[in-house]
Design a protein around this ligand. Structure first.
Ligand SMILES: NC(=O)c1ccc[n+]([C@@H]2O[C@H](COP(=O)([O-])OP(=O)(O)OC[C@H]3O[C@@H](n4cnc5c(N)ncnc54)[C@H](O)[C@@H]3O)[C@@H](O)[C@H]2O)c1
Ligand SMILES: [Fe+2]
Length: 415
């Protein structure tokens, strides 16, 4: 016998080891957990839409309700998709009635069609407006629930109808989020519905569908993606997966957004933007947003300011406010934006990131303040109160009060 062995404990049996491991695990208090929800399948790249028939055949789909943006439909952008479905022997019904910021009424009409036509798959085709409508239609059509019920905390219905998303804009990331934003009947307020089953089963991202987007729409929508990435990176609930996607998206957007605004037919830059919007969507859907979106949801609906424009204006103001607690995050963002040099302090890098965001807005022709928005100072308090009740506020990295939001609006509304 080796003399050393006499000093060792006798070997433990497998059962004893199992007991120790189980006891140790049971005694842990779970903390710092994060989950990640994403589409089951994504096809991305030039011409990807031509594969839709084969992909839906594989999923066993027989009848598709296509929920399409009106302009996109009128421009003929749905035709290749329809031909691919036909070739695969899949029947389709087109609902081409989605306009900017869909409301309860249009969603209700499409749900009636879904039920009467007995479709087994809903395909959103268009910008965030069409995709959000399709997502709400598929979940409401499966559960029979109202939008009000679906938006309420604790809603536990589940989707039985298949869901796919084909974005024709590169911004909202709705093709990879478990969120749907629908206007209430008064068109003054929005339902922001978050539910695991709002995540599409299939996303098809084809930059060829985005070549016709006008420069101003491209710019506003692209800044929405940048806002998603920056808010997701700094959000209270951010985590390593979300941060990795967000920081990568920021770098791509800084490079590709000026190009797609200046040359909309640059396919490579359109693909870079579409991929960045996808990454930013995954990042924020899994980590949360912040004060920019909390305010923009209110002023966008009340003053008919496009979602991306409102976000772009608010972003530098909110970054200045959040800088108190986000110096490290914003310094990392400055690196991605290419505005750091050796010898800069972290604080200087942080401030450089904010200046770079303002510069990008100016370069692509977006407004830098809310002076022309028609927002009256008398409404600052009620906007602030509603922003504090918005679902996005809880993930803002800095604590926020009503007075903080009023001050921010005062700054953003002055020239
Ligand atoms: N679900 C989410 O996670 C999420 C995230 C952010 C924003 N949103 C919501 O998304 C909506 C905004 O979506 P959006 O910014 O993509 O804009 P949008 O879908 O409203 O489209 C903007 C305009 O571009 C046109 N358009 C779309 N694709 C085109 C194309 N390829 N060629 C030419 N014109 C085209 C549309 O007809 C529309 O007039 C808002 O309702 C917002 O609240 C949702
Ligand atoms: Fe957004």
């Amino acid at each position: 016998m080796n003399p050393l062995d006499s000093h060792l404990d006798p070997p433990l049996g497998t059962k004893a080891i199992e007991q120790i491991v189980t006891c140790t695990l049971d005694e842990l208090a779970p903390q710092g957990l994060f989950s990640f929800n994403a589409p089951r399948q994504t096809l991305m790249g030039e011409g990807a839409i031509l594969k839709i028939g084969a992909l839906l055949t594989h999923l066993g789909v027989t009848r598709v309700l296509v929920v399409a943006d009106r302009v996109v439909y009128e421009k003929g952008l749905t035709q290749s998709m329809q031909r691919s479905l036909e070739r695969a022997g899949i029947s389709s019904i087109i609902f081409p009635g989605i306009e900017r910021e869909p409301d309860e009424a249009v969603v209700a009409r499409a749900i009636e069609l879904l039920i009467s036509e007995r479709a087994d798959f809903v395909l959103g085709f268009g910008g965030g407006s069409a995709l959000d409508a399709a997502k709400a239609i598929a979940l409401a059509g499966s559960t029979g629930a109202t939008l009000h019920t679906m938006a309420a905390p604790g809603f536990s219905g589940s989707r039985s109808i298949g869901l796919g998303a084909v974005p024709t804009t590169a911004g909202t990331g709705s093709e990879v989020t478990d969120i749907s934003v629908i206007m209430r009947a008064d068109r003054q307020h929005k339902y922001v519905i978050k539910h695991l089953d709002l995540m599409p089963n299939l996303s098809i991202v084809d930059p060829a569908l985005m070549l016709n987007l006008p420069p101003r729409v491209t710019a506003a929508i692209g800044i929405d993606a940048l806002t998603h990435a920056i808010e997701a990176y700094a959000a209270r609930s951010s985590h390593p997966l979300a941060k990795a996607l967000a920081i990568c998206a920021i770098q791509s957007i800084a490079e590709a957004l000026p190009i797609v605004v200046g040359n909309g037919r640059d396919m490579a830059a359109r693909l870079t933007m579409a991929t960045a919007a996808y990454k930013a969507g995954l990042a924020f859907s899994n980590s949360g947003l912040g004060l920019v979106h909390a305010i923009s949801h209110q002023i966008g609906a009340r003053y008919q300011i496009a979602h991306g424009i409102a976000n772009g204006i608010l972003l530098p103001y909110v970054m200045r406010f959040n800088a108190l607690v986000c110096q490290r995050e914003y310094a990392a963002i400055a690196h991605m934006l290419g505005v750091t040099h050796s010898g800069m302090t972290q604080r200087e890098q942080c401030m450089a990131s904010i200046a770079a965001v303002s510069q990008l807005l100016a370069d692509i022709g977006l407004p830098g303040n809310l002076a022309a928005s028609g927002i009256s100072p008398a409404e600052f308090s009620s906007i602030a109160a509603e922003a504090l009740a918005d679902v996005c506020i809880k993930d803002n990295p800095r604590d926020v009060t009503e007075a903080d939001i009023v001050q921010l609006l005062e700054e953003a509304c002055s020239t």
